[in-house]
Design a protein around this ligand. Structure first.
Ligand code: ADE
Length: 232
């Protein structure tokens, strides 16, 4: 059986994914890492909590990759919206991920470009992209586009508009690009699936909306997980 790794930054997101599979699971604790293991169809699913931010996400991804050598890595959770035509609860699957807080403009690099890396953005492979396209046909309100990640909760209109225009991004969050970066190094296909909990300050106060809607958005994103695995 093949191993699948699912990473969530927050407990609410992880609990929603666990609920979506309706399976009994084993809980494993090693050092400061806790992960959950269950069988689903032809896969052994490992679900792990990373904590918030790029460093937490990267270190947990590498720790789990070294332990279980997953066939695929998925990151599931919530995001802030950066565009006018999407609404709370809509889902964005990342066709491209960029770390928006990387700034080496002093050496004429575009914002987001990590120096001396051979890529600008991190992308799912063709196979996972084709599955994303199938899921889009099956579930309403799924969008495929760029997500940007950084160690910042985006809660003001100017920054949200800047991220949208600079990166042509649909959504922002704090882990996806870091997870995709680690997967790129390890040559493991990765897909990031997020549901919108707030408007990143484009209209109303993002942190109020985030606190109010993160459960709904976590549930929406989590519902994609079993459907995704059914396609693999
Ligand atoms: N995750 C959910 N909403 C977010 C926001 N506005 N900024 C960064 N990460 C988020």
């Amino acid at each position: 059986m093949k191993n699948i790794l699912i990473i969530c930054a927050m407990q609410e997101e992880l609990d929603a994914v666990l609920d979506s599979f309706k399976k009994s699971y084993e809980t494993i604790k090693i050092k400061n890492f806790t992960y959950y293991k269950f069988i689903h169809n032809k896969f052994i699913v490992y679900l792990v909590l990373s904590g918030i931010g790029k460093v937490n996400a990267a270190l947990v991804t590498q720790f789990m990759v070294d332990r279980i050598l997953p066939e695929y890595v998925f990151n599931i959770g919530v995001a802030g919206c950066l565009v006018d035509n999407l609404k709370f609860g809509d889902i964005v699957i990342a066709s491209s991920l960029v770390q928006h807080d990387v700034n080496v403009a002093a050496f004429d690099l575009p914002l987001g470009q990590i120096p001396r890396m051979d890529v600008f953005d991190f992308k799912p492979n063709e196979y996972l992209l084709s599955i994303a396209a199938k899921i889009k046909q099956q579930i309403p309100n799924i969008n495929i586009g760029r997500i940007v990640s950084g160690d910042q909760f985006i809660d003001d209109r100017a920054t949200a508009e800047f991220l949208r225009t600079q990166f042509s991004a649909l959504a922002c969050e704090m882990e996806g690009a870091a997870i995709a970066h680690v997967c790129y190094f390890n040559d493991i296909p990765c897909l990031v699936i997020r549901s919108l909990s707030d408007l990143s300050g484009l209209e109303n106060n993002a942190n109020h909306s985030f606190l109010e809607l993160k459960q709904m958005a976590s549930d929406h994103a989590a519902k994609v997980a079993p459907i995704l695995l059914a396609h693999l």
